[in-house]
Ligand binder design. Sequence first.
Ligand SMILES: [Fe+2]
Length: 324
Amino acid sequence: MSIDARPSPDFTGSPAPLPALLPVPASLPEGDFAARVRALPVLGLGVSTEYGAAFARGALDLRRLRREHPAFAQFLEVGVETVKGLDAHTHEWVAEGRPTTYHFLDVNLDDPDDFTPAWLDEVRHIVSQIRPAWLCGDAGLWHFGRREPGTMLLLPPILTAESARAQAWGLTRLRAETGLEVLPENPPGQVFVGDLHILDFFARVCEHADTGLVLDCAHLTIYQHFKGLPPLTALDGFPLDRVVEIHVAGGREASVDGYAFIEDDHTPDVLPATWEILEYVVPRAPNLRAVIFECERNPVDACLPGFARIAEILKSSPLLGGSA
Ligand SMILES: [Fe+2]
Protein backbone atom coordinates (compact mmCIF):
# COMPACT_ATOMS: atom_id res chain seq x y z
CA MET A 1 0.00 0.00 0.00
CA SER A 2 1.41 3.43 -0.86
CA ILE A 3 1.89 6.11 1.74
CA ASP A 4 -0.82 8.28 0.27
CA ALA A 5 -3.31 5.47 -0.04
CA ARG A 6 -2.92 4.23 3.49
CA PRO A 7 -5.90 5.21 5.65
CA SER A 8 -5.25 7.11 8.86
CA PRO A 9 -5.18 4.75 11.82
CA ASP A 10 -8.17 4.83 14.09
CA PHE A 11 -6.57 5.96 17.31
CA THR A 12 -8.66 5.30 20.34
CA GLY A 13 -8.33 6.28 23.98
CA SER A 14 -7.30 9.62 25.44
CA PRO A 15 -3.52 9.76 25.63
CA ALA A 16 -1.98 12.43 27.80
CA PRO A 17 -1.25 15.63 25.87
CA LEU A 18 2.34 16.01 24.77
CA PRO A 19 4.28 19.29 24.67
CA ALA A 20 4.24 21.38 21.50
CA LEU A 21 6.92 20.75 18.90
CA LEU A 22 9.59 23.18 17.80
CA PRO A 23 9.49 24.42 14.22
CA VAL A 24 11.41 22.25 11.76
CA PRO A 25 14.78 23.84 10.82
CA ALA A 26 15.20 25.10 7.29
CA SER A 27 17.79 22.40 6.52
CA LEU A 28 15.11 19.71 6.31
CA PRO A 29 13.44 19.56 2.90
CA GLU A 30 9.86 20.71 2.64
CA GLY A 31 7.02 18.27 2.21
CA ASP A 32 5.74 14.98 3.48
CA PHE A 33 7.78 11.81 3.82
CA ALA A 34 7.09 10.71 0.26
CA ALA A 35 8.73 13.94 -0.92
CA ARG A 36 11.49 14.17 1.70
CA VAL A 37 12.72 10.61 1.23
CA ARG A 38 13.76 11.45 -2.30
CA ALA A 39 16.39 13.81 -0.89
CA LEU A 40 18.04 11.08 1.21
CA PRO A 41 21.28 9.63 -0.18
CA VAL A 42 21.58 6.01 -1.31
CA LEU A 43 24.20 4.58 1.05
CA GLY A 44 24.33 0.94 -0.05
CA LEU A 45 25.61 -1.94 2.08
CA GLY A 46 27.42 -1.07 5.29
CA VAL A 47 28.32 -2.02 8.82
CA SER A 48 27.54 -0.82 12.31
CA THR A 49 29.62 -0.07 15.36
CA GLU A 50 29.29 1.36 18.81
CA TYR A 51 31.79 2.80 21.25
CA GLY A 52 34.68 0.38 21.71
CA ALA A 53 33.18 -2.45 19.64
CA ALA A 54 36.01 -2.48 17.11
CA PHE A 55 38.60 -2.82 19.90
CA ALA A 56 37.17 -6.08 21.24
CA ARG A 57 39.08 -9.31 20.66
CA GLY A 58 38.03 -10.89 17.35
CA ALA A 59 35.98 -7.85 16.32
CA LEU A 60 35.34 -6.82 12.72
CA ASP A 61 38.43 -5.15 11.26
CA LEU A 62 36.88 -2.08 9.66
CA ARG A 63 40.09 -1.04 7.90
CA ARG A 64 40.56 -4.47 6.34
CA LEU A 65 36.91 -4.74 5.33
CA ARG A 66 36.87 -1.43 3.51
CA ARG A 67 40.28 -2.08 1.93
CA GLU A 68 39.60 -5.62 0.72
CA HIS A 69 35.80 -5.56 0.36
CA PRO A 70 34.74 -1.93 -0.13
CA ALA A 71 31.36 -3.03 -1.47
CA PHE A 72 30.53 -4.33 2.03
CA ALA A 73 31.66 -1.18 3.85
CA GLN A 74 29.99 1.63 1.98
CA PHE A 75 28.89 3.41 5.16
CA LEU A 76 29.14 3.13 8.93
CA GLU A 77 26.20 3.23 11.30
CA VAL A 78 27.54 4.73 14.51
CA GLY A 79 25.80 3.61 17.69
CA VAL A 80 25.89 6.62 20.03
CA GLU A 81 25.43 6.85 23.74
CA THR A 82 26.14 10.54 24.21
CA VAL A 83 27.87 10.06 27.55
CA LYS A 84 30.52 7.91 25.79
CA GLY A 85 30.94 9.96 22.60
CA LEU A 86 32.87 8.57 19.60
CA ASP A 87 35.79 6.14 19.61
CA ALA A 88 38.98 6.29 17.53
CA HIS A 89 37.69 4.00 14.79
CA THR A 90 34.70 6.25 14.19
CA HIS A 91 36.90 9.36 14.22
CA GLU A 92 39.16 7.72 11.62
CA TRP A 93 36.19 6.79 9.42
CA VAL A 94 34.81 10.32 9.58
CA ALA A 95 38.21 11.93 8.99
CA GLU A 96 38.37 10.07 5.68
CA GLY A 97 35.09 11.67 4.66
CA ARG A 98 33.14 8.42 4.62
CA PRO A 99 29.34 8.32 5.02
CA THR A 100 27.67 7.60 8.34
CA THR A 101 24.32 7.28 10.03
CA TYR A 102 23.68 8.07 13.71
CA HIS A 103 22.03 5.28 15.71
CA PHE A 104 20.92 6.58 19.10
CA LEU A 105 21.27 4.28 22.10
CA ASP A 106 20.06 6.51 24.91
CA VAL A 107 16.64 8.08 24.44
CA ASN A 108 13.14 6.97 25.35
CA LEU A 109 11.23 8.65 22.54
CA ASP A 110 7.93 8.56 24.43
CA ASP A 111 9.29 10.53 27.38
CA PRO A 112 9.34 14.35 27.00
CA ASP A 113 11.58 14.57 30.10
CA ASP A 114 14.30 12.72 28.16
CA PHE A 115 14.76 15.63 25.76
CA THR A 116 16.85 17.72 28.10
CA PRO A 117 18.76 20.72 26.71
CA ALA A 118 22.05 19.11 27.74
CA TRP A 119 21.29 15.83 25.92
CA LEU A 120 20.10 17.65 22.83
CA ASP A 121 23.29 19.74 22.82
CA GLU A 122 25.32 16.52 22.95
CA VAL A 123 23.31 15.00 20.08
CA ARG A 124 23.78 18.11 17.94
CA HIS A 125 27.49 18.17 18.76
CA ILE A 126 27.94 14.56 17.64
CA VAL A 127 25.84 15.25 14.54
CA SER A 128 28.23 18.09 13.71
CA GLN A 129 31.16 15.68 14.04
CA ILE A 130 29.94 12.72 11.98
CA ARG A 131 27.53 14.53 9.61
CA PRO A 132 25.15 11.56 9.37
CA ALA A 133 22.78 11.00 6.48
CA TRP A 134 20.03 10.52 9.07
CA LEU A 135 19.38 9.50 12.66
CA CYS A 136 17.78 6.24 13.64
CA GLY A 137 17.39 3.91 16.57
CA ASP A 138 15.26 1.33 18.25
CA ALA A 139 11.97 2.86 19.36
CA GLY A 140 11.82 1.39 22.82
CA LEU A 141 13.08 1.92 26.36
CA TRP A 142 16.81 2.60 26.37
CA HIS A 143 16.85 3.23 30.11
CA PHE A 144 14.66 2.50 33.09
CA GLY A 145 14.42 5.42 35.47
CA ARG A 146 16.87 8.25 34.94
CA ARG A 147 19.24 8.27 31.98
CA GLU A 148 22.57 7.29 33.47
CA PRO A 149 25.12 4.61 32.57
CA GLY A 150 23.98 2.13 35.20
CA THR A 151 20.38 2.07 33.97
CA MET A 152 20.93 1.50 30.26
CA LEU A 153 19.09 -1.39 28.59
CA LEU A 154 16.74 -1.97 25.67
CA LEU A 155 13.12 -3.01 26.08
CA PRO A 156 10.47 -3.01 23.34
CA PRO A 157 7.65 -0.47 23.51
CA ILE A 158 4.15 -1.36 24.69
CA LEU A 159 2.46 -2.28 21.39
CA THR A 160 -0.66 -0.14 21.65
CA ALA A 161 -2.12 2.76 19.68
CA GLU A 162 -1.41 5.22 22.49
CA SER A 163 2.21 4.11 22.75
CA ALA A 164 2.63 4.48 18.97
CA ARG A 165 1.44 8.06 19.22
CA ALA A 166 3.90 8.81 22.02
CA GLN A 167 6.83 7.26 20.10
CA ALA A 168 5.88 9.33 17.06
CA TRP A 169 5.94 12.47 19.17
CA GLY A 170 9.56 11.80 20.14
CA LEU A 171 10.59 11.11 16.55
CA THR A 172 9.05 14.35 15.37
CA ARG A 173 10.64 16.28 18.22
CA LEU A 174 14.10 14.89 17.48
CA ARG A 175 13.68 15.62 13.78
CA ALA A 176 12.83 19.20 14.66
CA GLU A 177 15.77 19.51 17.04
CA THR A 178 18.38 18.13 14.63
CA GLY A 179 17.08 19.05 11.19
CA LEU A 180 17.60 15.46 10.07
CA GLU A 181 15.30 12.57 9.35
CA VAL A 182 14.84 10.33 12.38
CA LEU A 183 13.85 6.75 11.59
CA PRO A 184 12.50 4.35 14.21
CA GLU A 185 13.71 0.73 14.28
CA ASN A 186 11.65 -2.24 15.44
CA PRO A 187 13.45 -3.44 18.59
CA PRO A 188 14.25 -6.94 19.82
CA GLY A 189 12.85 -8.41 23.02
CA GLN A 190 12.26 -11.59 24.94
CA VAL A 191 8.68 -10.56 25.77
CA PHE A 192 6.28 -8.22 23.96
CA VAL A 193 3.05 -6.83 25.39
CA GLY A 194 0.21 -4.89 23.77
CA ASP A 195 -2.67 -5.63 21.41
CA LEU A 196 -0.97 -4.63 18.11
CA HIS A 197 1.28 -6.74 15.91
CA ILE A 198 4.67 -5.03 15.91
CA LEU A 199 4.39 -4.20 12.19
CA ASP A 200 0.96 -2.64 12.70
CA PHE A 201 2.42 -0.70 15.62
CA PHE A 202 5.26 0.68 13.48
CA ALA A 203 2.91 1.45 10.61
CA ARG A 204 1.08 3.73 13.05
CA VAL A 205 4.35 5.22 14.34
CA CYS A 206 5.48 6.02 10.80
CA GLU A 207 2.10 7.43 9.84
CA HIS A 208 1.90 9.64 12.93
CA ALA A 209 5.48 10.91 12.66
CA ASP A 210 5.31 10.95 8.85
CA THR A 211 8.63 9.19 8.64
CA GLY A 212 10.35 6.06 7.39
CA LEU A 213 11.46 2.88 9.12
CA VAL A 214 14.57 0.90 9.84
CA LEU A 215 13.33 -2.66 9.49
CA ASP A 216 15.51 -5.01 11.48
CA CYS A 217 14.78 -8.39 9.90
CA ALA A 218 16.41 -10.28 12.78
CA HIS A 219 14.31 -8.39 15.32
CA LEU A 220 11.20 -9.18 13.31
CA THR A 221 12.17 -12.87 13.34
CA ILE A 222 12.41 -12.66 17.12
CA TYR A 223 8.93 -11.13 17.37
CA GLN A 224 7.28 -13.61 14.98
CA HIS A 225 8.86 -16.50 16.87
CA PHE A 226 7.59 -15.09 20.18
CA LYS A 227 4.07 -14.90 18.76
CA GLY A 228 4.30 -18.33 17.10
CA LEU A 229 3.70 -16.75 13.68
CA PRO A 230 5.26 -17.44 10.24
CA PRO A 231 8.13 -15.05 9.41
CA LEU A 232 6.22 -12.99 6.84
CA THR A 233 3.08 -12.44 8.94
CA ALA A 234 1.64 -8.89 8.58
CA LEU A 235 4.23 -7.79 6.02
CA ASP A 236 1.55 -7.81 3.32
CA GLY A 237 -0.29 -5.04 5.20
CA PHE A 238 2.77 -2.93 6.01
CA PRO A 239 3.52 0.10 3.81
CA LEU A 240 6.93 -1.04 2.57
CA ASP A 241 7.55 2.31 0.90
CA ARG A 242 8.33 3.47 4.46
CA VAL A 243 11.37 1.18 4.66
CA VAL A 244 14.51 3.30 4.22
CA GLU A 245 17.03 1.06 5.92
CA ILE A 246 17.26 -2.66 6.71
CA HIS A 247 19.30 -4.51 9.32
CA VAL A 248 20.37 -8.14 9.04
CA ALA A 249 21.98 -10.02 11.93
CA GLY A 250 22.50 -13.47 13.27
CA GLY A 251 20.53 -14.97 16.12
CA ARG A 252 20.19 -18.23 17.99
CA GLU A 253 17.44 -20.10 19.71
CA ALA A 254 17.91 -20.10 23.48
CA SER A 255 16.01 -21.35 26.49
CA VAL A 256 16.02 -20.33 30.15
CA ASP A 257 14.09 -22.46 32.64
CA GLY A 258 12.03 -23.84 29.77
CA TYR A 259 11.24 -20.42 28.28
CA ALA A 260 12.31 -20.49 24.62
CA PHE A 261 13.30 -17.34 22.78
CA ILE A 262 15.65 -16.09 20.06
CA GLU A 263 18.69 -14.21 21.21
CA ASP A 264 19.81 -11.26 19.09
CA ASP A 265 23.46 -12.26 19.22
CA HIS A 266 24.78 -10.42 16.11
CA THR A 267 26.82 -13.42 14.99
CA PRO A 268 27.16 -14.09 11.24
CA ASP A 269 24.75 -17.02 11.63
CA VAL A 270 21.60 -15.49 10.15
CA LEU A 271 18.47 -17.55 10.80
CA PRO A 272 16.45 -18.86 7.82
CA ALA A 273 13.43 -16.76 8.85
CA THR A 274 15.56 -13.59 8.73
CA TRP A 275 16.73 -14.42 5.19
CA GLU A 276 13.12 -15.08 4.20
CA ILE A 277 12.04 -11.67 5.49
CA LEU A 278 14.94 -9.92 3.74
CA GLU A 279 14.22 -11.64 0.43
CA TYR A 280 10.55 -10.66 0.67
CA VAL A 281 11.09 -7.02 1.60
CA VAL A 282 14.02 -5.91 -0.59
CA PRO A 283 12.30 -6.03 -4.02
CA ARG A 284 9.14 -4.48 -2.52
CA ALA A 285 10.81 -1.50 -0.79
CA PRO A 286 11.11 1.27 -3.40
CA ASN A 287 12.74 3.74 -0.98
CA LEU A 288 15.34 1.39 0.48
CA ARG A 289 18.64 3.28 0.70
CA ALA A 290 20.82 1.40 3.15
CA VAL A 291 21.38 -2.11 4.47
CA ILE A 292 23.57 -3.14 7.37
CA PHE A 293 24.99 -6.52 8.25
CA GLU A 294 25.25 -6.18 12.04
CA CYS A 295 28.29 -8.34 12.68
CA GLU A 296 30.58 -5.84 14.38
CA ARG A 297 32.01 -8.25 16.95
CA ASN A 298 33.03 -10.99 14.50
CA PRO A 299 36.14 -11.50 12.29
CA VAL A 300 35.93 -10.36 8.67
CA ASP A 301 36.38 -13.85 7.21
CA ALA A 302 33.45 -15.22 9.23
CA CYS A 303 31.20 -12.46 7.92
CA LEU A 304 32.03 -12.59 4.21
CA PRO A 305 29.47 -15.27 3.25
CA GLY A 306 26.71 -13.22 4.92
CA PHE A 307 27.79 -10.03 3.17
CA ALA A 308 27.89 -11.85 -0.16
CA ARG A 309 24.40 -13.28 0.29
CA ILE A 310 22.99 -9.87 1.23
CA ALA A 311 24.69 -8.28 -1.79
CA GLU A 312 23.12 -10.91 -4.02
CA ILE A 313 19.66 -10.22 -2.59
CA LEU A 314 20.17 -6.47 -3.05
CA LYS A 315 20.33 -6.99 -6.80
CA SER A 316 16.51 -7.17 -6.57
CA SER A 317 16.36 -3.72 -4.93
CA PRO A 318 14.95 -0.84 -7.02
CA LEU A 319 17.66 1.53 -5.69
CA LEU A 320 20.47 -0.72 -4.50
CA GLY A 321 20.42 -3.29 -7.28
CA GLY A 322 23.95 -4.07 -8.35
CA SER A 323 25.53 -1.43 -6.08
CA ALA A 324 27.10 -3.89 -3.64
FE1 LIG B 1 19.31 -3.36 14.25
